[in-house]
Every structure is written in C-alpha cells, then in structure tokens.
Design a protein around this ligand. Structure first.
Ligand SMILES: NC(=O)c1ccc[n+]([C@@H]2O[C@H](COP(=O)([O-])OP(=O)(O)OC[C@H]3O[C@@H](n4cnc5c(N)ncnc54)[C@H](O)[C@@H]3O)[C@@H](O)[C@H]2O)c1
Ligand SMILES: [Zn+2]
Length: 546
C-alpha cells in the first residue's frame, strides 16, 4: 500500500505550513514540516545551512527529510518551495499525494510581509516580489506535476484545508459528499471515512457535536423519524440532549431505554426494542440513533438491522471503547448462552458521531479500559501513534484528546474498509484478544473489563512474539511501559494458565484447530502466525497468570 501522505508544495507564502496542520487535523493525521526536520537533524537554521553548505547540499538534506516524512503513515508534509526542483526531490514527492498551493507572487509577497514570524528565507533576500516572480517562472513546470492544485489567493487557510481534504478523498475514490460545507463553517470535523463494498460513512469527531446531532443526520441524508435507543446509564446524562439536537434538525423523535449492562445484551432485549419500534409504526425511511457504549451500539444496531429487513442507524458512542472500537466496522449483535457475540450481523451505520466531551462522566476505570484499544491500534499499525501516546501518557488532558481519538478511529476505519468481513487484515485488530477473551471467559466476564483483559493479553502476545524471534526484548519492554502508563494491568494473577489456554480453543479466531495468533514484528507492525507451539504459549503465560 502506498503511504497515506499528503505533500504540500508551492512558493513561500502560499501557506503550506499554516494549511498543513489544518489538513492534518481534519484527517486525524500528523503534520511534519521538512524545513523543521532539516534544522533538527543538522542542528542549524536553514539560512546558516545555505550559507555554509550551498544550495546543492541543502537539497540533499531536503530529500532525506522528505523520504523520512513521506514514509510515515498518515502525515501531512509541508515542503520547502524548492523541493520539486531536483530529480531526487521529485522522486520523493512522487511517493505521496502532492498538492500545489497556487498563489500569485503578489499575494505571496504580501503574506510574507504581513507575517513577522516568517523565518528567514535565504532565496528571497532583497526584492521579495521580484524573486517570487522569477521563482514561479522557473518552478512552475515542476509544481504542475503535482497530483492536484488549489488556488489559494482568495481562500482562507480553513477553506484551503477543506479543499485539499476533498481532493484527497476524491483521489481515493471516496465520495466526498459529506460535511464539506459544514466543515468549511468550522462546524465539525470528519476524522475518517469508512468505505465498504456496501456503504460509505463518515466518522465525525468533534467536541460538542452531540448538540448538532440533528444537522449531522440531515447532512448524511437521513429524512424519516429518529428513534433514539440508549441505556439507563446514558439516558439520564445525554438522552435529552440527543433528542433536542435531533428536534433542532427538524426530526420527529422518540426514545427508548434499555437497562444498562452486558447481561442485557441478549435477544430478549432486542425483542423489546423491536416491540417498541413496531409499536411506533416504524417505517423503512426512519432510523435508529444508538446513544451509549458498546452494548447499546451493538444491540440497537442489530435491532435496526433486523427491523423491516434493515432500517438505517447512526451510532453515537459514549464510552471510549465504543468510540474507537465498537461503533466502527459494522459488527452488530448480542450474546447467547453459548458465548459472547454469537448472534449478530454485519450492518454498517450511516454515520458515527463522536463527542469526546461526553467522556467526562465516564467512570475512570471504563476510560482506562478504552485506552487499551487505542494503544493496540498504535502497536499493530502505527508507530507514530505509539510515540504520541508515549508523550501523552503523562498528560491527563490528552486522555480526552479529539486528535488521539480521531487517529485511533481512523486506523480502525482504514482496516475495516479494506477487509469488512475479517478475511484478512481485520484479524490484526485481535492483537491481545486471544488471551484477553479467554481471561474474560474464565472469569465469567466480571473480574476484568474487556480492555483490561486485552491489556494482559497483549502482554502475553508480546512475550510470544519475543519467543518466536519476531520482537526484541526492548520492544516488548516499551510496549509494557506504555500499557502500564495508561493505568492498565499487565498481569492477571490467580488464574489457572491451563484453564485459560483451554478457553482460547473456543475463541472465534481458531481456524481448523490451530489458533491464528496476532503477533508483533515491531512496534507498529503486526503479523499473524498459526505455528506457535503450545509450549511457547504456556511459557509466555507463566509469569502473567497463576
Ligand atoms: N461491534 C464491535 O466491533 C465491538 C468491538 C468492541 C466491543 N464491542 C462490545 O462492546 C461492549 C462493551 O462496550 P462498553 O465498554 O462501551 O460498555 P457498556 O456499553 O456496557 O458501557 C459501560 C457502562 O458505562 C455507562 N456509560 C456509557 N457511557 C457513559 C458516559 N459517557 N458517562 C457515564 N456512563 C456511561 C453505560 O451505561 C454502562 O453502564 C461489549 O458488549 C463488546 O462485545 C463490540
Ligand atoms: Zn477489543
């Protein structure tokens, strides 16, 4: 897969370093400025480097910085204006999705003059306008090689960022239908788009967006009545706000509460939701709004998917686990006496609406458990997310960061878009889950929250990865430091390893008797193996359970 990377090129003063971070925020990506990378690596400023080493050597440094920046996944890169002028620079740029910010020299000169914070630009010394004009003449043919161009003379940075996101989505074949007028007004932020063979839908992550639920639903194209399903834990906190917001979007509304708790996630409760919906004479054009944690989104999503052979639904997850995991990917369903999540259907929502502010009322333990899935997303696929989580671990406010939630959700969205039915890549999301599920099962789903069990399971899977020669001991230590920094357990003392191993056999991920283990080959790189000897598993579990 080509790196997911947007590279901004254009003259100084075109706004690359202003617009870049806005694009990154809209996509839930990181932002990198190659000039900053070069200065960091060299320990000197750009003008100094130019003066001391000359332009040719600077371009070499720039190519190395570009290569480094573009290789990072999900990054928006702002480049120096001369980056495309050398064959080496162009070869690097060709790896990303390049966007030329087209600015007139006059406008660029005016912007540079307006902005006293602009760092020295060695090639602009003296008559800025004249030099920008000759630079544009010389570079135009290189800039024109970009994958897309945005004329920024009359756009605000926000508008330019929206346009770039639209062009990017278009280049990926995503229907960029959603949210752009609203995004342009700064109303809300689409962190990711899920695209499966049957559905395309946005995941909105925006503090306070709960109060705009009605507009989001309108924008999504929903028209009928809105049937809110929530639980007795969430209803009293957010039920009324959701109803008011839907009414403000001109929807007729009704509301139903199920009792909170995993033990309610049964066909009996689904039956009650069916009874209610049918009693209200629900029609095919109506939709269900699932407001709550994973129990509500799984159950009410399934109820919607099975009412009148399937009506639309929107997820409004209110737990961290629900936001970064349960609400994305279209697995809906309930538990059966024979096991968890055994009854269900794939059904994709029309939108996922995430308001990180609702996490303020979530009990601390629930919040921590949710972080296990965020950490997991980094460990399996995104080394940069791991780095950011390591930095954020000391900052309790980062815990509600829309950016981290957005990036985590974007990883899940990407994986399920590629592999909706878990035929391949989606399996990677089960890192830590083979042992995690087994721990939950042997403890009767009471002693450990799902995320806690997964945290212990990741420790076990990490150890197996080391024993299989895939992961270094230092990398495992790094994983464990991160897991404990987020307040998650690394052991489950008092459990019988033999019993836990026996329970892994009933995990759904077992294929013809052999367990398909998700292991790490490095931080941010997962792989599957079905040749892990029982002995290795027993040894890995030795210090963790028992
Ligand atoms: N479909 C999927 O892909 C998927 C993925 C992971 C998990 N799940 C499912 O998710 C379920 C677990 O979800 P969960 O951890 O969100 O638990 P949950 O839905 O049971 O919610 C936990 C508790 O927190 C309360 N609550 C929710 N939001 C709150 C808030 N903002 N403030 C205060 N209290 C709040 C709820 O009322 C509930 O009592 C499991 O059934 C699991 O199978 C599904
Ligand atoms: Zn999980």
């Amino acid at each position: 897969m080509a790196p997911e990377c947007i590279v901004l090129v254009g003259l100084s003063g075109s706004g690359k370093s202003t617009v870049g971070p806005l694009v990154a925020r809209r996509l839930g990506w990181a932002f990198t400025d190659t000039d900053a990378l070069i200065e960091q690596a060299a320990g000197r400023s750009i003008p100094e480097l130019f003066a001391e080493e000359g332009e040719a050597r600077f371009r070499e440094r720039e190519q190395a910085a570009l290569r480094d920046a573009i290789a990072r996944h999900r990054t928006v890169v702002s480049t120096g204006g001369g980056a495309p002028t050398t064959p080496g620079g162009r070869a690097e740029l060709a790896q990303g999705f390049t966007v030329w910010l087209v600015v007139s020299p006059a406008r660029a000169a005016a912007r540079l003059a307006e902005n006293p914070a602009t760092p020295d630009r060695p090639l602009l010394a003296g008559d800025a306008l004249g030099r920008l004009e000759s630079q544009l003449d010389a570079r135009r043919r290189w800039y024109e090689l970009a994958d897309a161009a945005v004329d920024v003379d009359y756009l605000s940075p926000e508008q330019a960022a929206d346009e770039i996101v639209r062009l990017w989505a278009e280049s990926r074949g995503h229907a960029p239908r959603f949210g752009h007028e609203n995004a342009a007004r700064g109303a809300w932020h689409v962190a990711a788009t899920v695209q499966t063979p049957g559905a395309t839908y946005p995941i909105v992550v925006e503090p306070g967006v709960l109060d705009q639920l009605g507009s989001v639903c309108r924008e999504t194209g929903l028209t009928g009545r809105a049937f809110v399903v929530t639980d007795t834990g969430v209803g009293p906190l957010f039920g009324q706000r959701a109803m008011t917001a839907l009414a403000a979007g001109d929807f007729e509304t009704a509301r139903f509460e199920i009792p909170a708790g995993e033990e309610q996630k049964t066909m009996a409760t689904v039956g009650r939701v069916h009874d209610w919906l049918l009693g209200q004479r629900v029609e095919r054009s109506d939709f269900v709004v699932c407001v709550g944690g994973g129990v509500v989104t799984d159950l009410a999503g399934f109820a919607a998917a099975t009412t009148l052979r399937g009506i639309d639904f929107v997820h409004v997850p209110t737990t961290l686990l629900g936001m970064v995991d349960a609400s994305v990917g279209g697995k809906t369903g309930v538990d059966h006496a024979m096991g968890k999540n055994l009854i269900g259907a794939f059904a994709q929502p029309r939108a996922v609406v995430i308001d990180p502010e609702v996490l303020k009322t979530l009990p601390e333990r629930q919040r921590r458990a949710g972080w296990a899935e965020v950490v997991k997303h980094g460990l399996i696929l995104d080394p940069r997310l791991v780095e950011d989580l390591e930095k954020g671990a000391t900052d309790p406010l980062a815990m509600l960061s829309p950016e981290l939630i957005g990036r985590s959700v974007a990883i899940k969205a990407e994986v399920v878009s590629e592999d909706e039915k878990e035929a391949g890549r989606r399996t990677l999301l089960n890192y830590g889950h083979t042992i995690g599920h087994a721990i939950e099962a042997v403890t009767g789903y009471s002693a450990y929250l799902h995320g806690e069990a997964v945290a212990v399971g990741m420790h076990a899977a990490g150890r197996i990865s080391v024993a299989m020669g895939l992961l270094s001991a230092e990398e495992l230590e790094r994983q464990q430091r991160l897991i404990t920094a987020y307040g998650l357990p690394d052991r489950a003392p008092g459990l019988d390893p033999a019993e836990v191993i026996a329970a892994t056999a009933s995990d759904k991920k077992v294929r013809s008797g052999r367990i398909k283990w998700v292991l790490l080959e490095g931080i941010g790189r997962a792989a599957t193996r079905n040749d892990v000897p029982d002995e290795v598993v027993r040894e890995a579990l030795a210090g963790i359970l028992g």
